[in-house]
Design a binder for this molecule. Structure first.
Ligand SMILES: Nc1nc2c(ncn2[C@@H]2O[C@H](COP(=O)(O)OP(=O)(O)OP(=O)(O)O)[C@@H](O)[C@H]2O)c(=O)[nH]1
Length: 444
């Protein structure tokens, strides 16, 4: 019988496959091809200059593309409380941005001239359903970081350092549990002058603003792996369950068929056993049958209910029947005798072919008087019966009644002795044996 899931995929094969796939994915995520996004040079990104004039300030910024990069000319004026100049990089339509969760760092390469300090602010605006509203940029989550530009103009910032701007949380009254930085739907990136920058002319050449990352983040990979293993496990359990139910159905059908076969075999066995206990020629019980009967009697004594009488019957001069008329006629006579005897006895009586032309009739619930009457009646019936080949057939009888507590074999022996006396005293007669002890005759 196939194993539960052998019909689909072996569990060991599936587990090996999943393990290999997991290893490949983990290695690929760690060492595999990186992805990057250089917002200065990428296509499809809207780039605009930004300054504080919209908020009542007077700073001015001008943005133009040069062979060296994106050049921002800024005149910073402290008319507004938080003056700024900067560059805006639009990544979508203001609602649908790009998922930047798998990016791990951003590398900036700039030339910065102007009054110190040279610091910059980087913002990633993330549109989040729940509190971000279309058309209202101020409702988008502000992931920010401010940093000093080193002398060589190169700086690499891990994106994990970006935090949600506290001024934005306060202004938007964001629930505490929604304040964590997030960048799964970034609609714009802004690079502004630092909050402490001095007034005056600042010139910034942004040579590159490059985000480095993986195709999928570690978190996404692990979530995917958990889902993959979970689905695999679930499928395995479902498959095993289906196979188990199918096997159970098959086992039940198998059991039903075995039970049927068993029943048929038992019937056949009973039939064969019945044949073993019956004499083929006469249909009477044979000695094997008598043995079985006596064995059962030991378990259920009512079979030989007291008083019980035994009647031995032996056809007289049967040898002559065979000699004169042949064995076939002899057989017919034996069959006819058995039929006559069967018709004469009670349902509870048993007719046993003892051997040759000798028969034993066991009569439970029959005392000696009744047994003698019965034997005499049968003897007379045989004497007057119309036998094959117009034969005159008689029989001699020996009758014994089991005495209280007497052994069956001993009573049998007495009946046999009585039969012997019938034979010796002229045949065609009934002789009764009283219960005085005689040597025991054995069941051969
Ligand atoms: N046709 C036939 N003859 C049988 C069968 N079994 C035994 N016989 C014959 O029965 C005869 C018995 O002969 P004996 O034992 O001499 O007994 P008897 O001739 O009946 O003489 P008594 O018993 O003394 O009256 C033998 O010839 C056996 O061959 C049988 O199944 N069929």
């Amino acid at each position: 019988m196939p194993s539960p899931v052998a019909a689909s995929v072996r569990p060991s094969v599936a587990i090996t496959f999943l393990l290999l796939l997991t290893m490949v994915l983990v290695v690929w995520q760690k060492l595999g091809i990186n992805r990057h996004l250089d917002v200065v040079h990428a296509r499809g990104i809207t780039i605009e200059a930004r300054d504080d004039r919209g908020e009542g300030g007077a700073s001015q910024s001008l943005l133009r593309a040069t062979p060296q990069g994106l050049q921002l000319d800024c005149t910073l004026t402290k008319k507004y409380a938080w003056p700024y100049c900067g560059a805006y990089f639009g990544l979508g339509d203001g609602v649908h941005g790009i998922d930047m969760s798998a990016y791990h760092s951003v590398t900036l390469h700039v030339d910065y001239t102007g009054p110190a300090p040279h610091s910059l602010r980087l913002y990633l605006h993330n549109f989040e359903p729940g509190f971000s509203l279309p058309g209202k940029w101020e409702t988008q989550k502000v992931n920010e970081i401010e940093f000093t530009v080193p002398a060589d103009g190169r700086v690499e910032i891990p994106l994990s350092l970006l935090h949600t701007a506290t001024w934005w949380i306060t202004a938007q009254n964001v629930p505490l549990l929604r304040t964590a930085p997030q960048r799964d739907n970034v609609t714009s990136i802004d690079l502004y002058t630092g909050s402490q920058d001095a007034e005056g002319r600042h010139q910034l050449t942004i040579k590159s603003l490059r985000f480095e990352g993986k195709w999928i983040s570690q978190t996404q990979l692990y979530a995917g792996l958990v889902a993959m293993w979970g689905t695999g496990g679930l499928l395995y359990v479902l498959g095993a369950l289906v196979a188990y139910r199918r096997n159970l159905r098959e086992a039940r059908a198998h059991l039903a068929s075995l039970t049927g076969i068993n029943k048929a075999l038992k019937l056949e066995k009973d039939e064969l056993a019945g044949q073993v206990y019956v004499d083929e020629l006469t249909g009477a019980m044979n000695r094997q049958g008598l043995r079985e009967l006596l064995t059962r009697h030991l378990k259920t004594p009512s079979l030989l209910e007291q008083p019980c009488s035994l009647v031995f019957v032996d056809l007289d001069n049967f040898k002559q029947v065979n000699d004169r008329c042949g064995h076939l006629i002899g057989d017919q006579v034996l069959r006819a005798f058995a039929q006559l005897a069967q018709r004469s006895i009670r349902l509870t009586d048993k007719l046993v072919r003892w051997g040759g032309e000798e028969f034993l009739i066991i009569c439970p619930g029959t005392d000696s008087t009744q047994a003698l009457q019965f034997a005499e009646k049968l003897r007379a019936t045989l004497e007057h019966h119309d036998w094959p080949a117009a034969l005159a057939v008689t029989a001699s009888f020996g009758v014994a009644t089991l005495a209280e507590g007497e052994d069956f074999g001993r009573a049998l022996d007495r009946a046999d002795q009585a039969l012997y006396r019938s034979k010796n005293t002229g045949r065609n007669r009934v002789t009764f044996a009283d219960h005085r002890a005689e040597p025991q005759r054995k069941l051969a």
